[in-house]
Design a protein around this ligand. Structure first.
Ligand SMILES: NC(=O)c1ccc[n+]([C@@H]2O[C@H](COP(=O)([O-])OP(=O)(O)OC[C@H]3O[C@@H](n4cnc5c(N)ncnc54)[C@H](OP(=O)(O)O)[C@@H]3O)[C@@H](O)[C@H]2O)c1
Length: 253
């Protein structure tokens, strides 16, 4: 049985706690959070506390709190000879200010308390200071049905930027597309099969091969027509992305 203490009561901690409670071979022995009321819902299944001096004995301590606070909280933990990890995509391993062994247990997915998460769709980026600790984290992700990758802090920083491109930026483009639909009384739902097909294609195709559209074809007449009907902000974004796509495929516009 792998014993875990979870520190945090936000989006990620909420989903990790729910998963750990229902996973065989894992015992979530305690949840700590600054605000006790935010973890009260787990109190029937797990010991909860808001006092760091009351932390229980475990094999692994997972800190899943705001990035800014990881260093301060970890420096307050007086737990020698244990593995302490954080769940941040952008913080270095060294952000953990601890007397214990350090690691990273970063789930590369978007978590909100009220949205369901399927952990078989969550890849974990793992980093530790030694092989034995790595094996422990890998064992946990296996029990959760998740995949895992060995990613060091430098790679994780780059991966986080890549995630901003494929998640945050793409989602912003959905918002702009939705605006164009709203302005012209077109239901956004009509674009959803296209959105799904574009991401589903990536299961079998390199994104570079999956690209279609006027910029890839070099269809300058269509591009000019599109630019005429866009507002200034959307024109700038359209032009920037069109140039980037055209450059990737050696097209002159
Ligand atoms: N959300 C995601 O999609 C996602 C995905 C992957 C990784 N992560 C990483 O996971 C970690 C947690 O993210 P989250 O989205 O779950 O955060 P969140 O929902 O915003 O929750 C923040 C947590 O930090 C605690 N906290 C804030 N300020 C604190 C302070 N001064 N002292 C002690 N605790 C403090 C909060 O405690 P209170 O309840 O007392 O306010 C709460 O437990 C972050 O490192 C984040 O980068 C997030």
């Amino acid at each position: 049985m792998i014993k875990i203490v979870l520190l945090g009561g936000g989006n990620v901690a909420h989903h990790l706690a729910t998963k750990f409670i229902s996973t065989e071979g894992i015992e979530l022995v305690q949840i700590y959070n600054r605000t006790l009321s935010n973890i009260l819902k787990f109190s029937d299944n797990v010991a909860i506390t808001n006092n760091l001096k009351e932390l229980k004995e475990a094999d692994l301590y997972i800190i899943s709190i705001s990035d800014n606070e990881i260093s301060t909280l970890s420096s307050k933990l007086n737990i020698p000879n244990k593995l302490i990890v954080h769940t941040s995509g952008s913080m270095n391993l060294s952000e953990l200010n601890s007397i214990s062994r350090k690691g990273v247990f970063y789930p590369l997915q978007s978590f909100s308390k009220d949205t369901k998460i399927d952990f078989s769709e969550v890849p974990f980026c793992l980093e530790t200071e030694n092989d034995e600790d790595f094996k422990l984290l890998q064992k946990i992700t296996n029990k959760m049905g998740s995949s895992s990758y060995k990613i060091d802090s430098e790679q994780r920083e780059k991966l986080h930027v890549a995630a901003v491109f494929v998640n945050n930026f793409v989602n912003h483009l959905y918002t702009l597309g939705n605006e164009i639909c709203d302005e012209n009384n077109i239901p956004f739902d009509i674009l959803k099969p296209l959105i799904n097909e574009t991401s589903n294609k990536l299961a079998d195709l390199h994104p570079c091969k999956a690209q279609t559209g006027p910029a890839k074809r070099g269809d300058t007449k269509t591009i000019e027509n599109h630019l005429k009907i866009l507002s200034k902000n959307k024109q700038e974004i359209y032009t920037l992305l069109t140039k980037s796509i055209a450059n990737s495929y050696g097209k002159k516009l």
